[in-house]
Write a protein that binds this ligand. Structure first.
Ligand code: NAG
Ligand code: NAG
Ligand code: NAG
Ligand code: NAG
Ligand code: NAG
Ligand code: NAG
Ligand code: NAG
Length: 638
């Protein structure tokens, strides 16, 4: 089945002189389909081609499968050991073959090869792109729409991202992107471009003769990261660009092309990789595993959360992974762009609770970047916000890598901690929309300058009385006999790529703190890998507090332990952090004021749907007026 992920980008082809009012909108769609009879066989380790062939041959020949062949892959990764092969099986013996391969002790997983198809549909329009989104949302309640869409504010006014982010201050310190390798996974790039002076390598992962961009998308993002043109400066002009051409001119790619290119990115010791693909389809196992492997190898992954807003629960993979920096978009007036996908993450549902995402937000409307041949263009979308963060990460990293006197280690964890700890909170916006807040480049730089390996949490505190930030939690107090309220907190472990929770303890503030009025149950990841894990806080009210009303306080202390990074030292390293907790408790409402969970009325939500459960909503067919534990009793317990 083809799952379609619709990304809507607004591309206004304005050169620097001509700020025409005509906005051309390009609608980007990813579709993918299974390629018949081709299978990705992933091994548990990396082996030479002949070794892999002998394993596959042993598995298949022993079970009598005669008609098979390993597809040849010729690319920059071919001369290195690999962890996968693409096997072609004939229809007749397909199932026998698949069973035989899966049973081989060194085979980790067998999955179908997928073809990914990206489409760009240009639409000319004189109206604001935001208006298009408004139409898309016409079924939603107006007040909801108005909260997220303010036409006047969202009009895309192209600006120099570098001056808005005060990049000059870092350039003056000679922090300009030097020694940092940025991978661009897109449609390629011309061998030389007037704006881009440091194109280190262009690699070929497609079956086409060309390495150049014909569409302008790859050029634009490379420009946002590293352009040295005065008209549209990139953030890190001295960064080394590693161009991975993974899409053909027809915008086609395959799982295997991506896997090979990812392996090569690990070998090339890439510092920052902004992922140019996303969507529910890519919750594809080899893909998710590979992203974990990249971060485990120190590659900082940045990805756009998606353009499926303003609905909640619309994050794309891989931006929703704990180890990836997921970026949402805001406009120049610091409002969350309506197109920006909102949290929580949904793949934990229905067996658990989702986590806070995006991680942070930055400008994604009317950002100027390099045009295909010369000049600049301006573009909108979260896929614009993510190269802004990728550029920022490259710039920040360049202040520390390559300088051996610097003690600060740039890792996916320390970088994410820097970005999140320094981000500026946007007022009146919930954490599922803004994450830690808006990117603040300079504060992130100073955070890294004084960095000591440590553990941090996202969100960094749990105050269920704080609206809007803790929405929707803040709209409902908890009471005796209610379902537990769960907050799934992300642990970011700067101590090392792997670690574990050594101690987690709830410290109620007794007496005037009323901490004894809540029961706190804690569950957490067995292992923190790569660089991250989770701590779920479940809150209930004990019987003794059934009639009580007030606010209970306390904190949770968490100690994480990682193996020492230093070979000399065999002692494990530890870090402790506190998670302050504040929650409003009310007496159990009388029975007639409570809505009961109605399992017969409840329906199975489509994947990625975040139930809003508004008791007043009349026009959302999937809103069952308060049947979801997350938002149940929402209106009465205020
Ligand atoms: C573009 O908009 C500006 C003000 O918004 C207006 O003055 C100008 O006439 C418009 N240009 C065109 C070509 O419509
Ligand atoms: C959009 O406008 C451009 C000129 O601004 C024109 O060349 C192009 O054909 C138009 N495309 C469509 C689909 O109308
Ligand atoms: C939208 O919901 C609000 C309450 O949340 C209500 O007052 C308003 O009338 C609704 N508007 C429409 C168009 O349904
Ligand atoms: C890229 O690799 C494919 C397959 O190995 C080959 O057919 C194509 O010519 C290569 N393109 C370039 C530009 O080298
Ligand atoms: C970054 O990722 C976004 C989508 O996540 C994509 O649209 C954009 O092209 C990517 N940029 C680079 C530099 O790879
Ligand atoms: C918290 O999130 C993690 C990872 O997303 C998930 O595996 C886990 O089940 C969640 N925990 C709870 C209690 O929902
Ligand atoms: C865990 O931490 C708490 C206080 O932070 C302490 O009282 C307790 O002894 C610790 N437990 C272990 C096993 O270290």
């Amino acid at each position: 089945m083809n799952l379609v992920l619709a990304l809507l980008l607004l591309l206004s082809n304005v050169s620097s002189e001509d700020l025409s009012n005509v906005t051309s909108t390009v609608k980007v769609q990813f579709t993918s389909r299974v390629v018949e009879n081709e299978y990705i066989v992933v091994f548990k380790g990396y082996y030479k081609p002949s070794t892999r062939q002998s394993y596959i041959s042993a598995a298949l020949t022993n079970s009598g499968v005669a008609d098979w062949r390993i597809l040849k892959r010729e690319n920059a990764a071919s001369e290195h050991p690999s962890d996968f092969d693409v096997v072609l099986l004939k229809e007749t013996q397909k199932y026998t073959g698949l069973d035989a391969l899966t049973e081989h002790p060194l085979v980790k997983r067998v999955t179908p090869q997928r073809l990914v198809y990206r489409t760009l549909n240009y639409v000319n329009s004189t109206e604001d792109g935001e208006k298009v989104f408004r139409r898309k949302m016409k079924n939603l309640n107006e007040s909801w729409a108005n909260r997220h869409t303010n036409r006047r504010l969202l009009r895309a006014i192209p600006k120099q991202i570098t001056s808005v982010l005060q990049v000059d201050a870092l350039w003056k310190l000679r922090v300009t992107g030097q020694n940092v390798k940025v991978a661009v996974f897109d449609t390629g790039l011309a061998a030389s471009h007037p704006h881009l002076k440091n194109i280190k390598e262009r690699t070929n992962w497609t079956n086409e003769k060309s390495l150049s961009d014909t569409l302008g998308h790859g050029t634009f993002v490379a420009g946002v990261i590293a352009s040295s043109s005065k008209e549209c400066l990139g953030l890190a002009p001295d960064a080394e660009l590693h161009i991975f051409r993974v899409f053909t001119n027809e915008q086609v790619s395959y799982t295997s092309w991506f896997l090979d290119a990812f392996n090569y990115a690990i070998l090339s010791k890439i510092t920052v990789l902004n992922l140019s693909i996303g969507g529910p389809d890519f919750m594809d196992h080899p893909f998710v595993d590979k992203v974990w492997e990249l971060t485990a190898n120190g590659v900082i992954m940045v990805s756009a959360t998606g353009n499926d807003g303003p609905l909640y629960g619309t994050h794309n993979n891989p931006a929703d992974q704990m180890d990836v920096i997921g970026v949402g978009g805001i406009n120049w007036a610091d409002k969350i762009a309506s197109f920006s996908s909102r949290g929580m993450t949904t793949w934990e549902l229905p067996n658990g609770y989702g986590r806070v995402k995006p991680d942070l937000v930055t400008y994604g409307s009317g950002v100027r970047g390099s045009a295909l041949k010369t000049g600049c263009q301006s573009l909108s979308g979260t896929s614009v916000a993510s190269p802004v963060v990728a550029g920022a990460v490259a710039l920040l990293a360049s202040g520390f890598v390559g300088d051996l006197t610097q003690k600060t280690r740039i890792t996916p964890a320390s970088m994410k901690q820097a970005l999140l700890s320094s981000a500026r909170r946007l007022p009146g916006v919930g954490m599922f929309e803004q994450g830690a807040g808006k990117l603040d480049l300079l504060r992130a730089f100073y955070f890294l300058r004084h960095y000591i390996p440590q553990v941090t949490l996202s969100p960094s505190y749990v105050d269920l009385t704080e609206c809007m930030y803790m929405w929707p939690y803040c709209t409902q107090a908890i009471y005796y006999s209610g379902m537990p309220t769960v907050v799934n907190v992300t642990i970011i472990n700067g101590l090392g790529v792997s670690g574990h929770v050594a101690n987690v303890t709830w410290h109620p503030y007794l007496g005037e703190g009323y901490g004894e009025k809540v029961d706190v149950a804690l569950t957490f990841s067995d292992v923190l890998w790569p660089w991250s894990g989770w701590l779920a806080v479940a809150l209930t009210v004990p019987k003794a507090a059934a009639g009580w009303q007030g606010v209970a306080h306390g904190h949770i202390s968490l100690t994480v332990e990682s193996p020492s990074q230093d070979d000399q030292d065999t002692e494990a390293v530890r870090s402790t952090i506190n998670l302050p907790l504040k929650v409003k408790v009310i007496p159990t409402p009388p029975r007639h004021k409570r809505l009961l969970w109605d399992q017969f009325h409840n329906l199975r939500y489509p994947p990625g749907y975040f139930p809003r459960d508004d008791l007043l909503a009349k026009n959302d067919p999937l809103d069952w007026n308060g049947d979801h534990i997350h938002t149940n009793f929402k209106e009465i317990s205020k």
